[in-house]
Design a protein around this ligand. Structure first.
Ligand SMILES: Nc1nc2c(c(=O)[nH]1)N[C@H]1C(S)=C(S)[C@@H](COP(=O)(O)OP(=O)(O)OC[C@H]3O[C@@H](n4cnc5c(=O)[nH]c(N)nc54)[C@H](O)[C@@H]3O)O[C@H]1N2
Ligand SMILES: Nc1nc2c(c(=O)[nH]1)N[C@H]1C(S)=C(S)[C@@H](COP(=O)(O)OP(=O)(O)OC[C@H]3O[C@@H](n4cnc5c(=O)[nH]c(N)nc54)[C@H](O)[C@@H]3O)O[C@H]1N2
Ligand code: SF4
Ligand SMILES: [Mo]
Length: 909
């Protein structure tokens, strides 16, 4: 499959993008053992050559230097620094500590916390290690924060954890309902497919249910801007309208489902008018959505974290699936409830049973029969029976001392789990923490006693399954740097050492020679199960390309349940009689705002990888909290002013920015920046660990907060040229010394620092800071210690190398645009003394062609439409990820469209 090097010496390795669950095929371009580019794979069915901004920037994230964890590290005692050790020694230490822990405290004193970003082969080996060798079900993943409500939603209604639709349905649907998903940011290539389909078929209706007017919502025909957490009330009211207006499919309900009567009784009182009270969405809009859905030839829904990350996540999923079952909108082209997966291989993790509540092949660890089958397939006598701890429970168990050893791989819980103060206390309390990590400087590494150096994309080989159940080969394009090894290899090496100590006979369980053998064993375990792909192996994937499951008679299934036979014992899908429950934390006088959290277009999670690609830092350079402009006025917050957000668990300081697209009383904070990038514990200092009772998924989308001006009048800004990753690692200790501090990779290259404090820090501290920034002896300086002012600039050969401004930051923008390659300001000294003003920079919208907000706004001001902006400025002509944002800017500039097909104020029921 690897295309030999062409004349230019560049070979192409087909693989899969390592970010979102779209699972785009990529071709990794390699010359002389180095990745020189990444392009979309025209042959891959998920994306047909398209990539989003993140996929296009992948080559910039490949590092072989100090930005990576290059060797094993060990902390001889808490409080001491990590020191490099030989990999063999580290593997011995890991096995020794595991054996000791099991011997002294039993198998359930060990917990494995893994990730939806591992490959299927990685899960398979970890899972066998945890359950068949250590003997614990304490193995869970960050998918608990992500997909577990989707899993329990599917299982409860359809009987199995299987998304029934496929990507082609995006092109075939007549009505698309996007609920709690910002696809334009989070699944951009799928959103592009949807946009293209709508352009071809203008009759297609797009409904978006989201409390914020996201770029996705701005593209919709109907935006249901519901109050956070109220989706069940909304979907019940839609079902009410469908029942009343006879838009349901009684025959389908009779033949293929059970439980409808009880639900129909319940939704009798769920009128759109009643839902309007709960959701804050006009009743007429709810009725319109129900009609567009119920009357559609084919209705498709797409949903993600706005439904899943909730204490009623399973119910939200089920209530949406009800709409499909009631109308028979499932199992046909263009129809179905389609949960989009977040991470690249959350699906594979579910298939391999890499979660506390799952066993391989969609088996259930609570079932004695499933445990027996799994044990037999693995060739062991029995599997542990005690229920395993799910993600939050695992950290709770570490906090109260039940779990003593944590092995964390490919996830960064010291940033991504809710209620960080508690999570970090748990990491401190645990006796031994193993962190298997690829990149240096993550929040969780600070808590590691032992670090295992992991290979990462594009060094790893294996398989992933995307949202449409399609299994693709991930191929290594370059060898891992230093001592880094593929995750499954590290698990295997420790397993073999551990078996030698605990049960020598079991070493043979881990004798895999390569990942193909791991996959073959895993695939065999799916035989006879709903997802059956036991006929697949690497050879079949090589020959036939990516395949969907179930895979039988040499073919994958595009859709499921076409015959109306569901994976429940009686073959019928289930309606669940469930009631709307509000979010766990209501707004109160002390915490009057509802905070929601989520993603930005060009950042990925805790930014270990995306912070390395300069192009990706330009769209949104620094963390901010958005608030409704009315709330900002009421709170006395100017745009850009530092706000302190406080919840019952902690607080965060961030600049506030007005967003008309928010419901008043709501706030939004991106999830990306943690303590590796800013002072404090990041967004999850605030969030609520309350979880859904069935899925155990925490309510990351809702918590109650207060906001106030942060009261930090002393401010500083700095920029330093150089490698952002290295500089960030060097400057990280400074983040802990200020109330507000960020160290961010700058769009101009290098690193930016912004600091704020209640009063000017002592001058000795400022001198030390100037030293850290190589600005002790600047080329231009204007210090005024009496006023707490320090302004220093270092220039080499006419180019800016670094600056530090304290007190008065007005020169910042001009200096940053100089840093970004702009012109040197005339009279730097005059600028520093405040005698001339600098020009403001403008945020980049199109990162492919470097087009800013200001340029696009100027174009719109001259009457340009999208086509004119594209041809005039070039924006939106690269990957297209910015098109929804440009459309949203155009929509804001234009008077609101008349919605002739919506009858305002009428309540048809
Ligand atoms: N750029 C980028 N893309 C990503 C990722 C990334 O980090 N960056 N991560 C990937 C992963 S792992 C995941 S899980 C997905 C997540 O993909 P999404 O779920 O699309 O992303 P989020 O921004 O977390 O949340 C989606 C929306 O839910 C809305 N929301 C909040 N509360 C509610 C509610 O009560 N009801 C409804 N209906 N909506 C609500 C928010 O306003 C937000 O716009 O993205 C994947 N893709
Ligand atoms: N407030 C709030 N919090 C959230 C969310 C939210 O919407 N709001 N979303 C939640 C969701 S849906 C998710 S999925 C999580 C994601 O949260 P995390 O999983 O914590 O986020 P990542 O930054 O993707 O962490 C992956 C880590 O693995 C490392 N890594 C990369 N490749 C490899 C590899 O091949 N092997 C190994 N061993 N390590 C590797 C990376 O450097 C990084 O440190 O965050 C959750 N947290
Ligand atoms: S949509 Fe973007 S991030 Fe997701 S897989 Fe495709 S290229 Fe990667
Ligand atoms: Mo996720």
């Amino acid at each position: 499959m690897i295309r030999p090097a062409a004349a230019d010496g560049v070979a192409e390795v087909p693989s899969v993008c390592c970010y979102c669950g779209t699972g785009c095929g990529v071709r990794v371009q390699v010359r002389d053992g180095a990745v020189v580019g990444v392009r979309g794979d025209d042959a891959h069915p998920a994306n047909r050559g398209r990539l989003c901004s993140k996929g296009l920037a992948l080559a910039d994230t490949v590092r072989r230097d100090g930005a990576r964890v290059l060797s094993a590290q060990w902390r001889a005692a808490r409080g001491q620094p990590l020191a490099d050790i030989a990999l063999d020694q580290a593997l011995d230490i890991a096995a020794g500590r595991l054996a000791d822990c099991v011997a002294r405290h039993g198998p359930d004193s060990v917990g494995f916390y893994l990730s939806g970003q591992l490959l299927t082969e990685d899960y398979a080996v970890f899972n066998k290690l945890a359950r068949a060798l250590v003997g614990t079900n304490n193995i869970d993943t960050n998918s608990r924060l992500c997909m577990s409500s989707a899993v329990s939603g599917y299982k409860r209604t359809l009987g199995a954890d299987a998304p029934p639709a496929c990507y082609e349905d995006l092109e075939l649907a007549d009505t698309v309902l996007i609920a709690g998903s910002n696809m334009a940011y989070a699944h951009p290539v799928l959103f592009r497919r949807l946009e293209a389909a709508r352009a071809r078929r203008p009759g297609m209706k797009l409904i978006v249910a989201d409390p914020r007017r996201t770029d996705t919502a701005a593209c919709a025909d109907l935006h249901l801007q519901l109050a956070p957490g109220t989706d069940v009330a909304l979907f019940h009211a839609m079902l009410h309208v469908m029942v009343n207006e006879d838009l349901i499919d009684r025959g389908y309900i009779r033949r293929h489902t059970e439980g409808f009567e009880a639900l129909r009784e319940r939704v009798r009182s769920c009128t759109p008018a009643a839902a309007q009270e709960i959701c804050g969405v006009p009743a007429a809009d709810i009725a319109q959505a129900a009609r567009w859905f119920g009357q559609a030839g084919a209705a498709l829904s797409l949903y993600t974290m706005g439904l899943n990350q909730s204490t009623s996540g399973t119910d939200k999923n089920a209530a949406l699936i009800h709409l499909h079952l009631a109308t028979g909108q499932i199992g046909r082209p263009g129809a179905g409830p389609f949960s989009l997966t977040g991470q690249p291989n959350a699906m594979g993790g579910r298939e391999a049973g890499g979660m506390a509540t799952l066993l391989p092949g969609h088996r259930d660890p609570a079932s004695a029969g499933d445990r027996r089958e799994t044990a037999a397939l693995w060739g062991v006598d029995a599997l542990p029976q005690a229920p395993g701890a799910t993600a939050l429970e695992m950290f709770d168990a570490a906090l109260d001392g039940r779990i003593k050893l944590l092995w964390i791989a490919a996830t960064n819980p010291a940033q991504s789990l809710p209620d960080q103060a508690r999570v970090r206390a748990a990491l401190e309390r645990a006796e031994f923490v193993i962190v298997q990590e690829a990149y240096a400087g993550t929040e969780t590494l600070a808590y590691a006693d032992l670090v295992l150096p992991a290979a990462t994309w594009p060094e790893k080989s294996g398989t992933v399954t995307n949202s449409e159940r399609r299994i693709s080969r991930v191929r290594a394009a370059v060898p891992p740097p230093g001592d880094a090894r593929p995750d499954w290899r590290l698990a295997q090496a420790v397993a073999q050492r551990l078996a030698a100590r605990l049960a020598p006979g079991k070493a043979a369980l881990f004798g895999y020679r390569d990942e193909a053998e791991v996959f073959a064993e895993h695939a065999r375990m799916t035989a006879g199960r709903d997802l059956d792909y036991s006929a697949l192996d690497y050879a079949a994937l090589e020959a036939g390309g990516p395949q969907q499951w179930p895979y039988r008679q040499g073919r994958g299934a595009a859709r499921l349940y076409g015959d109306g036979v569901y994976a429940t014992p009686g073959g019928r899908a289930r309606f669940i009689d469930l009631a709307y429950r509000p979010a766990a934390e209501a707004a109160s006088p002390a915490f009057p705002l509802q905070l929601t959290t989520g993603r930005l277009r060009d950042h990925w999670h805790t930014m270990a990888r995306t912070s390395l690609a300069r192009a990706l830092t330009r769209h949104v350079e620094e963390p901010w909290v958005s608030l409704h402009p009315e709330d900002m006025r009421r709170l006395g917050l100017e745009p850009g002013a530092l706000a302190r957000l406080t919840s019952r668990r902690g607080s965060v300081v961030a600049p506030a920015q007005p967003d008309e697209g928010l419901r008043p009383g709501c706030a939004f904070l991106p999830m990306h920046w943690g303590s590796a990038f800013m002072a404090g514990l990041g967004v999850n200092a605030l969030t609520n660990p309350a979880a859904d009772p069935l899925s155990r998924q925490p309510e990351l989308k809702h918590c109650a907060v207060s906001a106030e001006p942060a009261g930090l009048p002393w401010q500083a800004a700095a920029w330093l040229q150089g490698d952002a990753a290295a500089l960030r690692l060097r400057l990280a200790p400074w983040l802990r010394r200020f109330d507000y501090a960020v160290a961010l990779p700058a769009g101009a290259g290098g690193v930016r620092l912004r600091l704020a404090a209640p009063a000017a820090p002592p001058s000795a501290m400022l001198d030390a800071l100037a030293d850290a920034l190589d600005l002790r002896r600047p080329d231009v300086a204007f210090d005024d210690p009496a006023r707490g002012l320090m302004r220093r600039v270092r220039v080499e050969q006419g180019a800016l190398r670094g600056f530090l401004l304290t007190g008065d930051l007005r020169a910042q923008e001009a200096l940053l645009s100089w840093a970004a390659g702009g012109e040197a300001p005339r009279g730097v000294a005059a600028l520093l003394t405040g005698r001339i003003a600098g020009a403001a920079r403008s945020r980049t919208v199109c990162v492919c062609n470097g087009v800013s907000v200001a340029a696009i706004q100027a174009g719109i001001g001259q009457g340009c439409d999208l086509a004119a902006l594209k041809s005039g400025l070039g924006c939106g002509t690269g990957c297209g990820s910015c098109v929804p944002e440009i459309l949203a800017m155009l929509a804001r500039a234009a008077p609101p469209p008349t919605r002739s097909d919506i009858r305002p104020g009428t309540n048809p029921v």
